[in-house]
Design a protein around this ligand. Structure first.
Ligand code: ZN
Length: 179
C-alpha cells in the first residue's frame, strides 16, 4: 500500500552551473509542489498506512522553504553575505536548489523524520518510498532510496535562519535528528 501527501511552498533560488542562463544568473522563484510517498507492509488499527497527522514535522520542514531563499552552500562569500544581510528567511543547503537537489535533500530529511516518529497505533514497517518535487506544472524530479548513494553531506550542513526557526514550535525535533 502506498499513500501520498502533497505540500506546497513558494521558494527563491539561483541554480548555479545549470545550462539555462536566466536560471543560473538571476534570483527568481517558483511555486513548488512536493509529493511525499509512504509505504507500509501492513495497515494500522485505523486501517491506514499512517495518520497524516503524524507528518507534522514534515510540514514544518517543507514549510521552512516557503518565502525563503534557498542558499547553496557553494556560493561565494560575498553573495552569501548579501543574502543573509537582506533576507530573514534563509535555508542554507549543501545541494544546489534544483528540483533534483530538493528531492534528494527532502528524501534524506523526511526519511530521518519518519525514523524518529513515534508510531503507536499498530503501524507496520512505515517507509518513505519517494519524494517528488515539481518546480513547474510540467516538470518534476523524484528521489527514492536508491538515490541516497549521492548523499555526501550530513544534517549539520543544513542551516535555517532564526527567521525560519522562530516559526517552529521548538527546535528540539531538529536537534534530535542532527545527533
Ligand atoms: Zn528556478
Amino acid at each position: 500500500m502506498i499513500i501520498r501527501k502533497l505540500y506546497k511552498f513558494e521558494g527563491a533560488h539561483i541554480v548555479r552551473n545549470c545550462s539555462s542562463v536566466p536560471c543560473r544568473e538571476n534570483i527568481h522563484g517558483h511555486s513548488y509542489v512536493v509529493e511525499v510517498f509512504i509505504t507500509s507492509d501492513r495497515l494500522d488499527d485505523g486501517f491506514m498506512v499512517m495518520d497524516f497527522g503524524l507528518l507534522d514535522k514534515v510540514k514544518t520542514f517543507i514549510g521552512s522553504f516557503d518565502h525563503s531563499y534557498s542558499l547553496w552552500q557553494g556560493e561565494d562569500s560575498d553573495f552569501k553575505q548579501f543574502v543573509y544581510r537582506y533576507n530573514r528567511r534563509v535555508a542554507e543547503i549543501p545541494v544546489s536548489p534544483s528540483a533534483e537537489g530538493y528531492a534528494l535533500l527532502f528524501f534524506y530529511v523526511i526519511d530521518r523524520i519518519l525514523k524518529h516518529t513515534d508510531f503507536q497505533n499498530g503501524e507496520g514497517r512505515v517507509q518513505l518510498h519517494a519524494v517528488r518535487v515539481h518546480e513547474t506544472t510540467t516538470g518534476y524530479a523524484e528521489a527514492s532510496r536508491n538515490d541516497l548513494r549521492w548523499i555526501d553531506f550530513t544534517f549539520k550542513d543544513i542551516h535555517f535562519t532564526a527567521g525560519i526557526t522562530e516559526q517552529w514550535d521548538s527546535v528540539a525535533w531538529w536537534d534530535v535528528m542532527v545527533d
